[in-house]
Design a protein around this ligand. Sequence first.
Ligand SMILES: Nc1ncnc2c1ncn2[C@@H]1O[C@H](COP(=O)(O)OP(=O)(O)OP(=O)(O)O)[C@@H](O)[C@H]1O
Ligand SMILES: [Mg+2]
Length: 294
Amino acid sequence: MRIWLWMWWSLNDSAVTEAAVYRGSMPGQADNTDDAQRICCAYGMGRETHYKAGKAAGIGMGAFVTFEKVNKIYRTGEVEIQALHNVNFEIEEGEFCVIVGASGAGKTTILNILGGMDSLTGGCVVLDGQEVSAYNKKQLTDYRRYDIGFVFQFYNLVQNLIALENVELEAQICKEPLDAAQVLWEVGLQDRMGNFPARLSGGKQQRVAIARVLAKNPKLLLCDEPTGALDYNTGKSVLKLLQDTCRQKGRTVVVITHNQALTAMADRIITVKNGTVVSMVKNEHIVDIQDIEW
Ligand SMILES: Nc1ncnc2c1ncn2[C@@H]1O[C@H](COP(=O)(O)OP(=O)(O)OP(=O)(O)O)[C@@H](O)[C@H]1O
Ligand SMILES: [Mg+2]
């Protein structure tokens, strides 16, 4: 059987072969994704092949983002803090995903690992078929530069550059940036492009920060408590902008929050507790942010 497989494999793209394993149309038939993974590993197929094959077969390893048994231990001298323990989840392309949990649950650690800003102690992270957790330093730099757009709680704008220049600055380091003025227009700041951050309200500064990452044209938007510094109504309008960005532009957006009410607006809700994922649900009754009260 192995010889037969080897011949098949030599003649075909390995992803196609693996898709066939998934579908059960070749020797080593898999009844479920665990079986398929075991068989494919036995024949030395890599994770990227897994991803493409899963996608082709419409099951299993085809998710856009995969966290698999991710562990993170922070060591300070003699002290060890296990921030993440066997974290598993998946996010599909184009989804609006909310990661929710109490303070200290591990939300920021997850986001930083997904964004290539922190290393993991064990496990595997895959984005769009690429094993991010296996990247070297140079690859991680490129990954943060081209693939990821980060939105922080406190905006992190350059104070001595006007809104337009803040967006242009980010666009300059990317491969296929969008037009800075156009993106600012799209987030409703057409009249404020010439303002320095200090002249803008918190909500407008956060809009500039969102425009800045949108201009990068990234694969994934990661937002760590993006409304944490904003009042109720301004926070809602920023969340609406993120929700519209996901719905209208097809962007994959991940928002972390400790506010349980916000989960109602998500396609996927990942709940984190004590450093591990305690539930992951697809939301069947998505509510528009305008209709959520808390
Ligand atoms: N650099 C670090 N060094 C040591 N421990 C850390 C570090 N970063 C995070 N931790 C610890 O890891 C755990 C998870 O922290 P994390 O910041 O991910 O939580 P969080 O869910 O984002 O919390 P919050 O809602 O307060 O932002 C906490 O116990 C925290 O003290
Ligand atoms: Mg945090």
